[in-house]
Design a protein around this ligand. Structure first.
Ligand code: AMP
Length: 187
């Protein structure tokens, strides 16, 4: 089963994507993590992506699509993929649809993890930063949120029109949210 998880930075999307993947026997494709690894390994792609990531801006589609294309081709992806942090633009949504269709696959559901701005701010204050991420300073976080807001609305509209959008409250315990997501995707 192929599922897309949407939600703002700090919504718990990555944790939920992993839980859902475990429950469904699928694997996750998290573009933020893939980019982080590329930066860490100082690959050519990582060096290019880093300029955007450090500013909290979107990495160009070309880079993202080549990363995702590689991941969709691995044998484990045959059992299903949970897309985390991707697509973020309507263009990326159309491209992933095309890539999946070429493999005879489709997206079963798109889940929007709904967490209010107040709750996101509360979580940020409650969780001191442990990672040394250069995009974790408050200004970069604000830019990531702004990038999310401007790109997410058209994306949500796109999936709503296609009739595949499910909205799940991201406020609750990990298990409660995981159960809701599982119910929403019908898995
Ligand atoms: P994340 O950990 O998902 O918040 O991603 C960290 C950073 O990676 C984002 O702030 C973007 O710069 C970049 N990024 C991750 N996924 C995408 C995507 N699908 N499209 C464009 N940029 C992305």
């Amino acid at each position: 089963m192929n599922v897309i998880l949407l939600g703002p930075p700090g919504s718990g999307k990555t944790t939920q994507a992993q839980l859902l993947a475990n429950r469904l026997g699928a694997c996750t494709i998290a573009t933020g993590d893939l980019l982080g690894d590329a930066v860490q390994n100082d690959t050519e792609l990582g060096r290019e992506a880093r300029q955007y990531m450090d500013r909290g801006e979107m990495v160009p589609d070309k880079i993202i699509l080549s990363l995702v294309g590689e991941q969709l081709a691995v044998p484990e992806a045959a059992k299903g993929v949970i897309l985390d942090g991707f697509p973020r633009t309507v263009r990326q949504a159309q491209d992933v649809n095309r890539m999946l269709a070429a493999q005879g696959k489709r997206i079963k559901a798109v889940v929007l993890l709904d967490v209010s701005e107040e709750e996101l701010a509360r979580r940020r204050l409650a969780k001191p930063s442990t990672e040394e991420r250069s995009d974790e300073d408050p200004a970069a976080i604000q830019r990531r949120l702004a990038a999310y807001r401007s790109s997410n609305a058209p994306l949500v509209g796109h999936y709503r029109e296609l009739g595949v959008l499910k909205i799940v409250s991201g406020t609750g315990t990990l298990e409660q949210v995981a159960d809701e997501i599982k119910r929403a995707v019908g898995g």
